[in-house]
Design a protein around this ligand. Structure first.
Ligand SMILES: [Zn+2]
Length: 133
């Protein structure tokens, strides 16, 4: 149902199982895409294996992605802006991954705020990553 409301994404992208995806997460990503005015590449979303225990990917509440043609810093600023507008700053997990082949973000919906980064396989505070991008 939510798919018809999206401007930029369709079920054929790399969602794993599009019917398992959280609608609010998709609408949030669609808004991020709109504000960035650049294509978003979805790395993965719904998955049944391969992530950490209790991963939000297992319930369709998480998406990994990067925005083309934009710095991580500019993308981060827009993500935060959208989370504030949607009033979900404290209901999201956001990770910045510098060690992916295509550096990018993990975004998920959860009961409380979570922020982190990963550099060369090590989980670090998001402030450290923000100081490097
Ligand atoms: Zn992820």
């Amino acid at each position: 149902m939510v798919w018809t409301r999206l401007k930029y994404f369709n079920k054929n992208e790399n969602w794993g199982n599009p019917d398992e995806m959280n609608g609010l997460l998709l609408i949030t990503l669609d808004e991020i895409r709109d504000r960035c005015n650049n294509p978003i590449v979805v790395h993965c979303a719904y998955k049944q294996t391969g992530h950490s225990e209790k991963s939000k990917h297992y319930t369709g509440d998480a998406v990994d992605f990067h925005v083309c043609n934009m710095s991580l810093r500019d993308t981060y600023n827009i993500i935060i802006e959208v989370l504030e507008n949607f009033q979900i700053v404290d209901k999201t997990g956001l990770g910045i991954y510098l060690d992916w082949n295509s550096q990018g973000f993990h975004l998920d919906l959860r009961p409380q705020r979570g922020r982190w980064g990963r550099i060369e396989g090590e989980y670090v505070g998001i402030d450290l990553v923000l100081s490097q991008i």
